[in-house]
Structure formats: structure tokens, C-alpha cells
Design a protein around this ligand. Structure first.
Ligand code: GLC
Length: 547
């Protein structure tokens, strides 16, 4: 089978939240040398790239997503030479490095903003979005911050409002200013020159706002932000031109990559930003129904999978598969209430066998759970604001659980955020020797994904639609010589046995069990029917004569 493996399309991208991954200097905060020290673990896991959440200098109003220097390393995380060392060591292991670019806004402590806010006639005034109050001293528009309240903050010194789509410590830059555009593209150049392989663009589709500053129309929703149609504060037509310019820059280096975090995502809008002359990929987050809803329902998932694939097929690009990240409750906690990993294994199978580039969030491979925090322990600003309706994003950001020593081997000092109490049994060291652990199951899936091109580049076909609590699909690839690879995946989402039909419409020559979590070694259906155990995961290779 011909295999043109491409790291950013076919590979697995592993997200590291540096402050919680590995602490090398015992200050309770993860750092870059800590990441370097864990590269062998990541290489053994079989991932192809790491995406590092921000490690740049930051006052941490939004834990690194408020940057005060785009081309530096916050001393708490190390130095630029630590960064260079990390990149060299990653590359030595064939692991690519993707950086998080937060260019919609800076920190309010960034020198650009300090200058901009210093006076109305400062040369950098127009680097941010300043507006006079509307008639009667009212806010310039009705735009809302997604972290709560108006997106406008009055600066008493100059009696104008500045825009902040997130916290007031995160002023939005003015991408319409050509100097800003150049300065931001220079940030990419700086990191490209240091050997970085790609970028994740934070809320990229919010860079441009309506040139006429019109009010968003209302709609039904829970929070102020959700009660608006976001047609004027994001997704403006200028965005595509900028992405094209960025793509030309990226393509002037070999094999560079960009993935956009679509803000207020839908797959419909995401596909418009992806293609050979714009972003390589963008998140459409199809498996999160909302911030609070994550259905465990094969029918619902199938509908989302097929819709996503159909839309991405129109542009001939593979989608991304994301089940977890630093903004969402951890996969394992969403789908199971206790320490049982049956649902977690199904989720990992989806992540690694659906079409699309898998993004794995640190700790997902050992089934890490959310930590629970009391109100006084909450650090995340939206959690402080919306508690108890929304408790913030700290739950998924707890220290990586490496072993059973105090602080889970993450650090020798008390970590910045508490370790999950389950760390003494749920950790990497405990799972490594256990053949049935989430870690080893994940590794086996990764090996299969590597070995079978069909799992990476093949088509997706649902095998049956009846509402049985089972999701079954086939990934199939036929190469130019007519040789076919067919992998069938059967997932029992329920805690009871399920009788299902074996779908062998092409008349198989033989069927091999590639992976099974119920001890099944052979596949012997009785008259085309077979029984799946509760939560069984079955991967079959169906071998047919050449077509
Ligand atoms: C993105 C990040 C999130 C951050 C926000 C503001 O959504 O993923 O963590 O708070 O942008 O930068």
C-alpha cells in the first residue's frame, strides 16, 4: 500500500500545557527543560508533534494567553536557549514542534499597549482598537467579552474605550493597521527561523472586526456573549486575505504548518478558512455539543462525524479530531463518572480511528480526570465570574501524573494547581507495565494507525444505523493497483451485550482481529451475527480479493 505519510495530516499532535507537564527546577511550575526531559516518553508513545501552549512572558491574567513579549520565553519556563535545545531534541526524535500564537490580543502589559494607552497621539495609539463613547456616553457597540461583561473598557486617562474580546487585561490589537500586520508576521518569522514547524492560531477568526462597528443582533442564549449573533465582532472578509499572506510566508519554509482555533466554531465556517492557499487545518470541535453538553450517544456522534466529513470533503482536506484541550473538561470525566475506563477506551479509539488529524491532550493517554476545586481554589477568570454555573477550566489543567511519588512526579515542590488525588494509581509508571492500561491500549491504537494507511487516509462508512448503542464503521483505502485495505471498527457504547451483524458486503477472504478489549482473539460470527460484550471495542481487518 502506497504511503505518503505527512506529519501534520497523518500524524498525531500532542498538546502540552507547559505549566502542568513537567517541572525541572522544583518551583511547582512546569517548564521547557521539563518538556525536553519527557521527549523519550512522547517518542515511545508514538506521537508526531507537540503543540506547546504559551510559554512566553505573561502576567498570567489568562495563564499565558495574555502575552507581554511574543519573542521571549518567560523566565519561569526557561530561556530561549532552553527552547532551542527542546526543538533540537524533539527533531532528533522526529517530533515536530508547534507553537501557540495568540495574536488577536496582547497582554495589557505588552510594551505596545503601554505606549498605545499613554496618550491619544502616541504613534502606537492605532495599534489597538480605541473608540469614543457613543452619544450619551454609551458603550461604542454592544459587543460582549466571552469571559463576561462588555468587550469595551473605558480608559480614564484618555477618555476612550479599548476593545477586549476576552479579559480587560487582553486588549485586542488592530489588525487593520499595516504596521501591526507586519509586526505580527515578523513574530512568525522569528519562530520559523528558530526551526519551529508550525503554529496553532488562537481565536484567529476574531482578528478583524466590523470596520463600521455595528451592533451584533440578539439571539437566544445563556450568557451575555451567547445572546448575540457574532456577525460583526468576528469572521470578517479581511481574514482570508491575511491567511493567504501567512500561507505564502509559511510555504517559503519547507513543511511548515498552521492550524486555526476557530472561535465560536461550526464546521461550515471552519472549512472556509482551510485549503492549499490558507490554513492547513482548523478545529471545528464537532464532538462538543456546547460548553456543557457532550452526548455519549452513537447516533448523535455518527451524525456529527458524517456532517464534518462531508463538509471537509468539499475542500478535499482532512478534518481534525479533538476530544480534549485546555479549555474543555477532560474526556474521561465527561463520559464516565468514576475510575472505570471503559468509556475512555472507546473515546481513545474514536480519536485515533476516525478520519482526521488527532489532537491528544496531555494525560488523555492515561485517562486523567478533572480535578475538583472549591470556590476559593479556582484560578481561571471565567470560573471566578460564573461559578457555580461554570466552574472554569482549571479542572483539566492539573499536573501530569507521572508516578506515585508526592506531587505525582510532576515536581518536587507543591504544584501551582493541585494534583488529582487518584495520582497514586493513575499515573504513567503504574500504567506502563499493565497490558490493559489506557496507556498501552492507546499505544496499540497508535501502532495500528501507523501500520494501516486506511486508518489515516481511508474513507469512512457507517456500517449500520439502527439505534443499537453500537457505533460501527469501516475505514477503507483502495490504491491505484486495486489493492484494498479495509478496517472495521465496532464500538459498544453500552454496559450490556449487543447482537450485531457483520457487514461483509464485498465477500471477505478472511477476517483478522487487530485489537479487542474483551479477550477476543478470533472472529467467528454465527450466520453473519455476533455478540459484542459490554463496552467492547473490536477492530477487524477484512481481507478481500483485489478489486
Ligand atoms: C483561546 C484559548 C483560551 C484563551 C482564549 C483567549 O480560546 O484556547 O485558553 O483563554 O483563547 O486567549
Amino acid at each position: 500500500m502506497i504511503d505518503n505519510f505527512n506529519w501534520w495530516r497523518d500524524g498525531i499532535i500532542y498538546q502540552i500545557y507547559p505549566r502542568s507537564f513537567s517541572d525541572s527546577n522544583g518551583d511547582g511550575l512546569g517548564d521547557l527543560p521539563g518538556v525536553t526531559a519527557r521527549l523519550d516518553y512522547l517518542a515511545e508513545l508514538g506521537i508526531d508533534a507537540i503543540w506547546l501552549s504559551p510559554f512566553y512572558p505573561s502576567p498570567d491574567a489568562d495563564f499565558g494567553y495574555d502575552i507581554s513579549d511574543y519573542t521571549g520565553v518567560d523566565p519561569r519556563y526557561g530561556s530561549l536557549s532552553d527552547f532551542d535545545h527542546l526543538v533540537a531534541e524533539a527533531h532528533r526524535r522526529n517530533i515536530r514542534v508547534v507553537l501557540d500564537m495568540v495574536l488577536n490580543h496582547t497582554s495589557d502589559q505588552h510594551p505596545w499597549f503601554l505606549e498605545s494607552r499613554s496618550s491619544r497621539d502616541n504613534p502606537r495609539r492605532d495599534w489597538y482598537i480605541w473608540r469614543d463613547p457613543s452619544a450619551g456616553g454609551r458603550l461604542p457597540t454592544n459587543w460582549e467579552s466571552s469571559f463576561g461583561g462588555s468587550a469595551w473598557e473605558l480608559d480614564p486617562k484618555t477618555s476612550q474605550y479599548y476593545l477586549h474580546s476576552f479579559l480587560k487585561q487582553q486588549p485586542d490589537v488592530n489588525w487593520r493597521n499595516p504596521e501591526v500586520r507586519q509586526a505580527q508576521l515578523d513574530v512568525f518569522r522569528f519562530w520559523l527561523e528558530r526551526g519551529v514547524d508550525g503554529f496553532r492560531l488562537d481565536v484567529f477568526n476574531a482578528y478583524f472586526k466590523d470596520a463600521r462597528f455595528r451592533n451584533n443582533p440578539p439571539r437566544f442564549g445563556l450568557r451575555g456573549f451567547d445572546r448575540q449573533e457574532h456577525i460583526y465582532d468576528m469572521d470578517q472578509p479581511e481574514m482570508v486575505g491575511l491567511l493567504q499572506e501567512l500561507r505564502v510566508l509559511l510555504d517559503s519554509y519547507p513543511e511548515r504548518y498552521s492550524v486555526g482555533e476557530t472561535y465560536v466554531p461550526t464546521s461550515e465556517k471552519t472549512v472556509g478558512y482551510v485549503g492549499s492557499d490558507r490554513l492547513h487545518a482548523a478545529f471545528s470541535f464537532d464532538f462538543f455539543a456546547s460548553d456543557l453538553l457532550y452526548p455519549w450517544n452513537p447516533g448523535w456522534l455518527l451524525e456529527r462525524i458524517e456532517r464534518r466529513d462531508r463538509l471537509f470533503d468539499t475542500i478535499g482536506v482532512l478534518p481534525t479530531t479533538v476530544l480534549s484541550n485546555h479549555d474543555k473538561p477532560r474526556t474521561a470525566s465527561r463520559y464516565s463518572k468514576n475510575e472505570n475506563d471503559q468509556q475512555t477506551l472507546i473515546a481513545m479509539t474514536l480519536l485515533l480511528t476516525l478520519r482526521g488529524t488527532p489532537f491528544m491532550y496531555y494525560g488523555e493517554e492515561i485517562g486523567m480526570r478533572e480535578i475538583s476545586l472549591s470556590r476559593s481554589e479556582i484560578m481561571d477568570p471565567p470560573g471566578k465570574k460564573y461559578w457555580p454555573i461554570f466552574k472554569g477550566r482549571d479542572g483539566c489543567r492539573s499536573p501530569m501524573q507521572w508516578n506515585e511519588t508526592p506531587f505525582a512526579g510532576f515536581s518536587t515542590a507543591k504544584p501551582w494547581l493541585k494534583v488529582h488525588p487518584n495520582y497514586n494509581h493513575r499515573n504513567v509508571a503504574a500504567q506502563q507495565p499493565d497490558p490493559d492500561s489506557v496507556l498501552n491500549f492507546t499505544r496499540r491504537l497508535i501502532v495500528l494507525r501507523r501500520a494501516y494507511t486506511a486508518l489515516r487516509q481511508g474513507s469512512f462508512k457507517s456500517l449500520f444505523r439502527t439505534d443499537t448503542g453500537v457505533l460501527a464503521y469501516e475505514r477503507k483505502l483502495v490504491d491505484s493497483s486495486g489493492q484494498a485495505q479495509r478496517i472495521q471498527i465496532y464500538l459498544n457504547f453500552t454496559g450490556s451485550t449487543r447482537r450485531v451483524s457483520f457487514a461483509d458486503d464485498a465477500g471477505p477472504e478472511s477476517v483478522d482481529v487487530l485489537l479487542d478489549n474483551a479477550g477476543r482473539k478470533q472472529f467467528c460470527p454465527t450466520g453473519h451475527q455476533f455478540i459484542l460484550d459490554p463496552y467492547e471495542i473490536l477492530l477487524l481487518e477484512v481481507k478481500t480479493a483485489a478489486l
